[in-house]
Design a protein around this ligand. Structure first.
Ligand code: NAD
Length: 254
């Protein structure tokens, strides 16, 4: 019951990592969870599968301030507070060299992956301060630590989230708001299927094998691996941890 008496907001809550994390949080006694994702249709599936009256959903685009204000207020209306804010929504953009990378895609990726994180903290912090603290977890990536050719927008965005995480940790500390980031290697879910196809059109399986060979433990991460780390950072077990980067990559960046 490591999340007993805690309520959480999860953005990207209809996606692979978001849903797996909600499941783990429920197993550990979370009092309530608000899943946030782009549209209600995509949220209906995890709501149905998680099959719990503790799970609520809210459609919002995390890159739009009015939507972020909306999901924050929804959480406060439902729970009266936010203990855990998992800023996890993200998009991969396209796989193209910088010279050919569409500017519009770059703006979208930065809007969701960076501004979405910044807005999340901007709107939740006042409530978290009032409530005496909380834990914010930001999903970055190994792409926030190292470069990879042909995914410039994604790599740029995931590096930028580290800056947001550090400032959030420093500004939140006086009120016991902790902010940390997680840095997964490839995870076996939709986003990697899309990137495999982008890196090797028509030969996604080969691309997967190549990625896996770059991971010393020999496999992609699982959504559940990520959920376990998020759970630790959400729980009081990590109460002295803030401003830190948690690499979860099977040794990939070692
Ligand atoms: N899958 C991987 O290999 C991998 C590796 C490292 C980091 N990550 C990061 O993990 C996070 C979660 O992704 P995932 O792996 O579960 O993939 P996913 O595509 O299954 O989940 C991402 C979710 O974010 C949602 N989303 C996208 N744009 C949004 C917006 N503007 N507003 C609200 N929701 C939006 C999507 O609808 C989707 O449900 C992302 O930030 C991603 O960059 C993923």
């Amino acid at each position: 019951m490591r999340l007993k008496n805690k309520v959480a907001v999860i953005t990207g809550g209809a996606g692979g990592i978001g849903k797996a994390t909600a499941e783990r949080m429920l197993e550990e006694g979370a009092e309530g969870i608000l899943l946030v994702d782009l549209d209600q249709e995509s949220l209906d599936k995890p709501k149905l599968e998680l099959d719990s009256d503790k799970v609520y959903t809210f459609a919002a685009d995390v890159s739009k301030s009015s939507d972020v204000e909306g999901y924050t207020k929804k959480a406060i209306d439902l729970f009266g507070r936010i203990d855990v804010l998992f800023l996890n929504a993200g998009i991969e953009g396209e796989v193209k060299p910088m010279e050919q990378y569409p500017e519009e895609t770059f703006d979208n990726v930065i809007g969701v992956n960076v501004k979405g994180v910044w807005l999340g903290m901007k709107y939740a912090f006042p409530y978290m301060r009032e409530n005496g603290g909380g834990s914010v977890i930001i999903t970055s990536s190994v792409a926030g630590l190292e470069g990879t050719p042909n995914v410039s927008a994604y790599v740029t965005s995931k590096h930028a989230t580290i800056g947001a995480m550090k400032v959030g940790a420093l500004e939140g500390a006086e009120d016991d708001i902790r902010v940390n980031s997680i840095h997964p290697s490839p995870v076996d879910n939709r986003m990697m299927r899309s990137l495999e196809e982008g890196f090797a059109p028509g030969a996604a399986e080969e691309a997967k094998n190549k990625f896996e060979q770059s991971i010393p433990l020999g496999r992609y991460g699982k959504n559940e691996d990520m959920a376990d780390l998020v759970l630790f950072l959400a729980s009081d077990e990590s109460e002295f941890i803030t401003g830190s980067k948690f690499v979860i990559d099977g040794g990939m960046t070692a």
